[in-house]
Design a protein around this ligand. Structure first.
Ligand SMILES: N[C@@H](CCC(=O)N[C@@H](CS)C(=O)NCC(=O)O)C(=O)O
Length: 217
C-alpha cells in the first residue's frame, strides 16, 4: 500500500502523482502542507526532517522524501518498459534527462519564474528579472526541443520518467500570465501531455491559492 503526503497544488507532489498514474500504481494521498499544515508535527518531521512535501511510504518501508528520489524509487521498483526501459544503457539515458528535468529545467523555473512572478505580490515583482528568467528557461527548452521534435518524447517515442520532470513544469509555464516564446515542438508536446489523463488530473491543477503567497513550495 503506497501512501503519499502532500497537497495537490504542490508541483513536486504533482510530479510524483503523475508518475504513479503512468506506472499504473494506486496510492492514498493525504493532504499536508500549505493550508492543510501539519509539516511541523513531530510525527511528520520524523518522516521528513525538512518539513516539506511530498513524503512517500511503501507499506511498512521507510518514509522517503525528496520527490526525485521518491520517483526514482518507484521507477526502479515498479516501473516497466517503456516507462522504465529494460536496457541498462537506455535506462541511464532516461535517468540523465530526468535528472536534467528536475535539477536544471525545474530549477530554472520554480524560484526565478513561478515564485518571482506568481508567488510575489504584484507591487513587489521585479518584472525585468522575471522576463530574463523566462528567457533563460526558454533557452533550456531549446536544448530539449530537438529531441522531442524527433521522437515525440524526451527519450525516444514513448513517455518515460524523463517526461515527468520535463513535462510537469510546462503546465505552469504555459498558463502563467507572462510573455512566452516557446519552441513550437515544446508547445505541441505540452498539448499532447494535456490529453493524458494522469497529466490532466494531477498536473493541471489550479494554482490560484498560491498567488502572492510566499511560503515554501
Ligand atoms: N527538494 C524537495 C522540495 C520539496 C518542497 O519544496 N516542497 C514544497 C511544495 S512543492 C513544500 O513542502 N512547501 C511547504 C508547504 O507546502 O507547506 C523535493 O523535490 O521534494
Amino acid at each position: 500500500m503506497l501512501t503519499l503526503w502532500g497537497r495537490a497544488t504542490s508541483s513536486n507532489v504533482q510530479a510524483v502523482m503523475w508518475g504513479l498514474e503512468e506506472m499504473g500504481l494506486e496510492v492514498r494521498r493525504i493532504d499536508a502542507g500549505g493550508r492543510f499544515g501539519g509539516l511541523d508535527d513531530p510525527a511528520y518531521r520524523e518522516m521528513n526532517p525538512m518539513g516539506l512535501v511530498p513524503v512517500l511510504k511503501d507499506g511498512d518501508g521507510p518514509a522517503l522524501f525528496e520527490s526525485a528520489a521518491i520517483l526514482r524509487y518507484l521507477w526502479g521498483t515498479y516501473g516497466r518498459a517503456p516507462f522504465r526501459p529494460d536496457d541498462a544503457g537506455d535506462r541511464a539515458v532516461v535517468d540523465v534527462w530526468a535528472e536534467w528535468g528536475k535539477h536544471v529545467l525545474c530549477g530554472a523555473f520554480t524560484v526565478p519564474v513561478f515564485w518571482a512572478h506568481w508567488r510575489t505580490p504584484e507591487e513587489d515583482r521585479d518584472t525585468a528579472a522575471v522576463a530574463a528568467a523566462v528567457a533563460r528557461f526558454e533557452a533550456l527548452l531549446e536544448i530539449v526541443a530537438p529531441r522531442i521534435d524527433r521522437g515525440g518524447f524526451v527519450v525516444g517515442d514513448r513517455l518515460s520518467l524523463a517526461d515527468i520532470w520535463v513535462g510537469h513544469v510546462l503546465y505552469r509555464y504555459f498558463t502563467l500570465d507572462i510573455e512566452r516564446a516557446a519552441p513550437p515542438a515544446i508547445e505541441a508536446y505540452y498539448r499532447r501531455l494535456c490529453d493524458r489523463p494522469g497529466y490532466a488530473t494531477h498536473v493541471m491543477v489550479n494554482y490560484d491559492e498560491l498567488k502572492g503567497v510566499r511560503r515554501s513550495g
